[in-house]
Design a protein around this ligand. Structure first.
Ligand code: TEU
Ligand code: CA
Length: 582
């Protein structure tokens, strides 16, 4: 409807600046490089860009460790380059959302540099400190996201500081009102400069589970003899909603923004509390449930313990979020970002059906209710890489788990490499292939900071933009469809064929219009055979068959007729089809 806010109707494109486009040949993507490539985004038709961090940073975690929130990292450019980029985007009608990383700063931030020198520094209380446990050693048993304890000893003050991620990412103390005001001020700094919102890094971790005596609790022991996962305790702290409401009142309510909170371990209750149209503080969250379905829950190696996806789990998970947030909040829709492997390798078939399965996954995602996110390279159907040598990897998480697994846990190098090939974050961080020209693929004239995906020879922006049948043009069509068809934004979601292990089917309904989205997660059995849809168990499907229901094709990834009857309908390998039902 006309009252639907713009951020519900938008498609967001995520740029990982280090890997997008290098304008000066130093091998690192930069802001002028992005400005040069805006035609690509304009042709794709995206409304909003989310830019991963570009602030000053020692780059311990590729910019998610910020040492100056009001300046640009020199390898990415200058504030003038930033203003030029923002103006060029706005001139094309594209909005810009910045990454706000305020659960932690860099240990090289001036606040921490002062805080760590003496307990009476005015910045000491901007961070989280604790005495050793009664018997000595770290105050709690929590393991950091990038391995080791979350507690690091600080000699000058004789106490530990907390870091949920690397030891160069000390957590900020949101209990301190002065720290909160610093955050609100830096948000205003960027909003006043013209940015259109924020993607908020691990924002549901800002309130820590303090006990009355001022200490933090141990995490329950799920693996004897190791540190324990501490995320469960920190992702829904007692003052989370209060802090974010304060941020909304003091900052966000005074600007027209898109806000999306990254929220590991988010539950539906948290989703509603944080994104409710009246009293939620944010527009939407990135929840993680569907990103956790292909690893073994509770396993001591977390995401590295691989497990094949059962399509029924994906249905249960997504259908719950779709239904629960309808009218009570708003979903973000994503399959990929800079932390996740490439979807076509993870959920599709990157060897036999790379194009079909990339298009199917796009249809599947964009058909749901919520704001879709496209991560750079996804629109080119980019796949994972499998470097044989750990020295070719750059990500702190990957390098740490390789060391811990091989040196401390007795895991064979080939076994941990297998997990890294499947799940490592560098899969998403290989440079954007702009052309098929070796050696730099149009990304750089120098040596790229990380190896290219060798697929660039065939699969690159230039080749795909020239091919009307490409994944790129399919994304363009899906994005255009969202703009012309309100049912994609506002339509109610309903899952069909819940028990089917191969076909993911759902409807969107708005007024008296119903669209049916059919997605075949597979190549057929035997391989290549069209799959018949068995809807006998599903009352809606059975009724439609009895009524002889037909539909008109809206979009699909295989050629087919305009008019389609549901009776006898089969789906080809990795086929996706949207029908407007009569
Ligand atoms: O990620 C937080 C997060 O929980 C993950 O997606 C994390 O990367 C994952 O647990 C690793 O397996 C955010 C950023 O997106 C990520 O790039 C940063 O490393 C992290 O926060 C710290 O800022
Ligand atoms: Ca550069």
């Amino acid at each position: 409807s006309p009252s639907t806010p713009w951020w519900k109707k938008s498609v967001v494109y995520q740029i990982y600046p280090r890997s997008f486009c290098d304008s000066n040949g130093d091998g690192i993507g930069d802001l002028p490089g992005i400005t040069q490539r805006l035609d690509h985004l304009a042709e794709l038709g995206v409304d909003v860009v989310w830019l991963s961090p570009i602030y000053k940073s020692p780059q311990d975690d590729n910019g998610y460790d910020i040492s100056d929130y009001r300046d640009i990292a020199p390898e990415f450019g200058t504030l003038a380059d930033f203003d030029a980029l923002l103006a060029a985007m706005h001139a094309r009608g594209i909005r810009l959302v910045m990454d706000l990383v305020v659960n932690h700063s860099s240990d090289e931030h001036a606040w921490f540099q002062s805080a760590r020198t003496r307990r009476d520094s005015p910045y000491h209380d901007y961070y989280i400190w604790a005495e050793p446990a009664p018997g000595g050693g770290p105050p709690t048993n929590w393991e950091a996201a990038f391995n080791g304890s979350v507690w690091e000893w600080n000699e000058p003050t004789g106490e530990y500081y907390l870091h949920m991620f690397s030891k160069k990412q000390p957590d900020l103390n949101w209990e301190n009102p002065a720290l909160r005001q610093e955050v609100y001020a830096l948000m205003r700094f960027w909003l006043d400069r013209g940015v259109d919102g924020f993607r908020m890094d691990v924002i549901n971790m800002i309130s820590k589970p303090w006990r009355a005596d001022g200490s933090l609790p141990d995490a329950p022991v799920v693996r004897e003899g190791f540190l324990q996962p501490g995320f469960a305790l920190t992702c829904n702290g007692p003052r989370l909603v209060e802090f974010l409401r304060e941020m909304r009142e003091q900052v966000l309510d005074h600007y027209d923004t898109l806000t999306v909170g990254e929220a590991p371990m988010a539950t539906i209750e948290q989703g509603i509390a944080l994104t409710h149209p009246e009293n939620g503080a944010l527009n939407m969250l990135f929840q993680f449930e569907h990103m956790d379905l292909d690893s073994q829950p509770g396993h001591s190696n977390g995401k590295w313990a691989l497990k094949p996806l059962d399509l029924r789990d994906l249905k249960t998970t997504l259908a719950r979020w779709q239904t629960a947030l309808d009218g009570q909040g708003w979903n973000s829709l994503y399959l990929s970002n800079h932390d996740q492997p490439r979807p076509v390798s993870r959920f599709g078939d990157d060897r036999r059906y790379p194009v079909e399965s990339a298009k199917m996954l796009a249809t599947w995602l964009h058909g749901h209710q919520g704001t879709p996110y496209v991560y750079q390279g996804e629109e080119l159907g980019m796949d994972n890489v499998a470097f044989d040598d750990i020295a070719d990897y750059r990500d702190i998480e990957t390098l740490n788990i390789y060391r811990v697994a091989t040196q401390e846990r007795g895991v064979a190098p080939r076994d941990i490499l297998r997990s890294i090939h499947a799940k490592g974050r560098d899969n998403a961080r290989t440079p954007m292939p702009w052309t098929g020209e070796a050696p730099g693929a149009g990304f750089t004239t120098g040596t790229p900071w990380i190896r290219l995906n060798p697929g660039f020879v065939r699969s690159n922006a230039q080749a795909l933009r020239a091919d009307p049948q490409s994944v790129f043009h399919y994304y363009r069509e899906l994005i255009a469809l969202r703009k012309s068809q309100p049912i994609l934004t506002d339509g109610r979601f309903e899952l069909l064929l819940a028990q089917d292990r191969h076909v993911y089917a759902y409807t969107r309904t708005l007024g008296d219009e119903t669209w049916l989205v059919l997605c075949h997660f597979g190549g057929g059995e035997p391989e290549g055979t069209p799959r018949a849809i068995d809807g006998a168990d599903d009352p809606t499907w059975s009724r439609w068959l009895a009524q002889g229901v037909q539909g008109t094709r809206v979009i699909g990834n295989w050629p087919g007729p305009e008019r389609v009857a549901l009776a006898g309908l089969t789906l080809r390998p990795w086929e996706a089809l949207i029908l407007a039902l009569d």
